[in-house]
Design a protein around this ligand. Structure first.
Ligand code: 8X3
Length: 250
C-alpha cells in the first residue's frame, strides 16, 4: 500500500535520496525544504508522486500550521522523516561561534521537535504512523569539535527513545537512524562554510557511506511489518569504527 511520507531537508543529500527511494517503490513524498528552485527540480524529476512544500523547519508558525495547510489528500501523513539538520564548524568549543551553536539547536533540535509536535497527534489519532529521526553517530561518540552538533544529535536520539515510551502499544513507530561518515553530500561543505577543499579532505582515503545507503536504511525500517519497530540503527562504513578511548600523555 502506498504510504505518504513527509521528508524535511528533501532537496539535498539524504532527503533527496529518500524521496527518490520511496517514490521508486510507489510511495508518495511530501518534499519539504527551503530552496524552492530545488524543490521544483525534484518535482520535475519525480512527478506527481511528490508534493513540493516550501518550508523552513525553524519557522514555528509555518510548522504549527502544517497539518491543516496540506491539500486534503496529502494530510494523513504516514511517515515523518526528520532529516533536516546541519553541523557548523569543527573548531574546539572555546573557539566556536555562538551563532553556529544556536543555529544547530534551532534546526537539529527545535525544528525536529516542532515537526514532531505538529504531526504526531494525527498519527496517534489514526493509530498509524512512523517517525524516523535522522540522528548521528555523533550522538553517542564524542570527537573534537563535535560539541553542540553531537549534543544536538544526542537530544534527537534520546527524544526518539522517549517518544517510543509514549506511543508504546500503538501502531505508531519511532526509529532513530544514526549514520556515521557519509560522503557525497553538502554536509561537510556546509560545516566548513563552503570550503570544498576542507570538506573533501574529510573523506580522503575512505570509502564513506552514501546518501543512497541511508535512504535504503530508512526505506527498510519503514517497510518492515507494522509490529516491528527498529528503535535505533547505528550505521558506519567499514573504514570507520568507534574508539579507542584516548589517553593524553605528557
Ligand atoms: C555526521 C557524522 O562524524 O561527521 O553526523 O559527525 S560526523
Amino acid at each position: 500500500m502506498a504510504l505518504t511520507i513527509l521528508v524535511t531537508g528533501a532537496t539535498a543529500g539524504f532527503g533527496a535520496a529518500m524521496a527518490r527511494r520511496f517514490v521508486r517503490d510507489g510511495h508518495r513524498v511530501i518534499a519539504a525544504a527551503r530552496r524552492t528552485d530545488r524543490l521544483q527540480a525534484l518535482h520535475a524529476e519525480l512527478g506527481a508522486a511528490v508534493l513540493p512544500l516550501a518550508l523552513d523547519v525553524t519557522d514555528e508558525a509555518a510548522v504549527a500550521a502544517l497539518p491543516d495547510s496540506l491539500p486534503p489528500e496529502w494530510r494523513d501523513v504516514d511517515v515523518l522523516i526528520n532529516n533536516a539538520g546541519l553541523a557548523l564548524g569543527l573548531d574546539p568549543a572555546h573557539k566556536a561561534r555562538l551563532a553556529d551553536w544556536d543555529q544547530m539547536v534551532a534546526v537539529n533540535v527545535s525544528g525536529m521537535m516542532h515537526m514532531t509536535h505538529a504531526l504526531l497527534p494525527g498519527m496517534v489519532a489514526r493509530n498509524r504512523g512512523h517517525i524516523v529521526n535522522i540522528s548521528s553517530t555523533a550522538a553517542i561518540y564524542p570527537y573534537p569539535g563535535g560539541h553542540v552538533y553531537g549534543a544536538s544529535k544526542a537530544c534527537v536520539t534520546q527524544f526518539s527513545l522517549n517518544l517510543r515510551a509514549d506511543v508504546v502499544g500503538l501502531s505508531v513507530r519511532v526509529t532513530d537512524l544514526e549514520p556515521g561518515l557519509v560522503g557525497g553530500t553538502e554536509f561537510s561543505v556546509n560545516r566548513f562554510g563552503g570550503d570544498t577543499t576542507r570538506a573533501r579532505a574529510v573523506y580522503a582515503g575512505t570509502v564513506p557511506l552514501t546518501a543512497d545507503d541511508i535512504a535504503e536504511a530508512a526505506f527498510w525500517v519503514v517497510n518492515l511489518p507494522s509490529h516491528m519497530n527498529v528503535n535505533r540503527m547505528e550505521i558506519m562504513p567499514t573504514c570507520q569504527a568507534p574508539g579507542p578511548l584516548v589517553i593524553k600523555r605528557s
